[in-house]
Design a binder for this molecule. Structure first.
Ligand code: FES
Ligand SMILES: [Fe+2]
Length: 363
């Protein structure tokens, strides 16, 4: 008997939502943005995971650090603005304790006379943080495996596109009324493409899809571009240049990968489309979509990515609509898991991985 879609409880039960928090979002590497979003000393962004707020900041050694956004005096949330630049110090707005960009407490007014008080005892709570391929990822679990180990299978997969050096030519944020897993599942199959994306079907036929990752936290693979198209864009023409290190074989392909639980990476011949997925609630998800190109292409006179942006913006919205319809349906008392087609093998693999991670099936 073939695999079936997930039971409704995984999309709507508060109990499973909490299990995801503990077993996925507080254990796995979570993408919080691009390192180029905080390219200067003192640049920061805030990230929230289930009510916890984190400061991700570029320190004066040009490293990216992450701290709990919690003052070591009386616990006040230090920073409210979602992004910006600290001028050398991170200052709490309550009693003006200040921290350097490494999280060390540097000044604490009127604490001199307090017996046993030592600035060194009150550094900001640090969170594990790495920069990989230009993405910033954090992990709240001190015990979980090293990033290099967790990401081993896919660690060098994007070297051909020199992803680490790409910058965002455009960013769009979408708020979707669907569970984050429905978004993953939608991205993972093109069974729906001919009906939902009439403009995409002539460019990449579902019959050309294959997978080079078929099990585990990373899934996906290539589709072949039709002869009349050099890339995915409204007119089929490149918006940038072929990536210089790209093999001939990869030049007529588009690749679609899901990186559990917060990222999609879609390399094209001349740009890389990325979706960062933020779980917001049981039935809402925020997606931050970037169109990444080399800096020198973006800086070129006459550079225009409109055809790539418009194409995927239309396609994204078509996807979000069917995701919202799916969310409404899986919440119904009448919903029962339905059978996956042979074009949905990575959805079954996603479900297996998800169920293992939350302890519903044995690993
Ligand atoms: S709570 Fe931050 S300085 Fe007092
Ligand atoms: Fe789609």
């Amino acid at each position: 008997m073939g695999a079936k879609s997930l039971c409704g409880k995984y999309f709507s039960s508060p109990n499973f939502y909490e299990q995801e928090t503990q077993k996925i979002f507080r254990k796995e590497w979570i993408c919080v943005g691009r390192a180029s979003d905080i390219s200067n000393v003192g640049d920061y962004l805030l990230h929230e995971i289930d009510g916890e707020s984190f400061i991700v900041v570029r320190n004066d050694r040009m490293q990216v650090n992450c701290f709990y956004n919690v003052c070591r005096h009386r616990g006040t949330r230090i920073q409210e603005e979602p992004c910006g630049r600290f001028k050398a110090r991170i200052a709490c707005p309550y009693h003006a304790w200040t921290y350097d960009l490494q999280g060390n407490l540097k000044t604490a007014p009127n604490m001199d006379g307090v017996e046993g008080f030592d600035l060194n005892d009150y550094t900001l709570g640090a969170v594990r943080c790495v920069v990989w391929q230009g993405f910033v990822l954090i992990n709240l679990d001190r015990e979980s495996p090293a990033f290099e180990e967790s990401y081993g299978p896919i660690y060098s997969r994007f070297d051909e596109w020199e992803l680490a050096d790409l910058v965002s030519a455009h960013r769009k944020t979408y708020d979707i009324g669907a569970n984050w897993k429905i978004i993953f599942q939608n991205y993972s199959e093109c069974y729906h493409c001919s009906l939902v994306h009439p403009q995409l079907s002539p460019i990449t036929s579902v019959t050309t899809a294959s997978n080079d990752f078929t099990e585990g936290p990373f899934l996906g693979g290539p589709m072949i571009l039709s002869d009349a198209y050099d890339t995915v864009s409204t007119d089929g023409a490149l918006c940038g240049d072929h990536f210089p290190r790209l093999s001939d074989e990869a030049r007529n392909k588009v690749f679609f990968y899901t990186l559990f639980p917060s990222l999609f990476v879609s390399p094209h011949p001349d740009y890389v489309l990325t979706h960062r997925i933020e779980r917001r609630s049981r039935n809402s998800t925020r997606i931050i979509c970037d169109w990444l190109f080399p800096q020198e292409v973006v800086d070129r006179n006459g550079f225009d990515a409109t055809n790539a942006i418009d194409f995927w913006d239309v396609t994204n919205r078509q996807d979000w609509h069917v995701c919202e319809l799916t969310q409404q349906g899986v919440q119904s008392e009448s919903y029962k898991p339905g059978p996956y087609s042979n074009l949905e093998s990575t959805l079954a693999a996603f479900d297996r991985h998800y169920l293992k991670v939350i302890g519903e099936i044995e690993s």
